[in-house]
Ligand binder design. Sequence first.
Ligand code: GRF
Length: 217
Amino acid sequence: MARLKVGVLVSGSGSNLQALIDLCAEPGFPAEIALVISNKPYVRALERAATAGIETAVIPHKGYPDRQAFDQAIDSALRAAGVELVCLAGFMRILTPGFVERWRDALVNIHPSLLPSFRGLDTHRQALEAGVRFHGCTVHFVRADLDDGPILVQAAVPVLPDDDEHSLAARVLQAEHKAYPLALRLIAEHRVTVEGKNVRIHGETGPVAAPLINPAR
Ligand code: GRF
């Protein structure tokens, strides 16, 4: 069977992109990254893609009169590359409702919080200010509302007494590098259906260690 063609949109370091590249490099993995698009030139994510021999494109948002025109350019590049699934991986632009609708259920994002808590920016600071004992990340299908949409995978990490934004972000990022590849695997293996606001995962998913309690005693 043909491998699922994935497009990844990035703006920065691309550590999540790297996790997806490494996953797709596994022999027989049913997806391949066909194109990486960055809205910023010279970012590390582009180097990572080039090193892996993946086609890249820089589409600078400043080069377009409005969001629609920018999104149209991205859409055209994705379609020209035959992309079937779009993964947002640290892509720091808000996509227009038109783009989101055109890629409905074929557009996923990773957000550094356990949604629906802490939408938007500075999620680690938000978590510390809220005093939660667990934080984490969410891979979800994208809808027009910011950081909204059916949830595919979540990974939780504890918030520890001496955490600052930096230490907490690092712990969450490690979890992201597990959650995003799992989400892509589930989609690529055709084990996912979106049912309204929920995602159904078909087949064996393995045991979840429960309950996690923080503090432990
Ligand atoms: C990640 O924390 C992701 O959740 C957020 O932006 C960050 C991107 O990191 N959307 P990287 O570029 O994948 O290293």
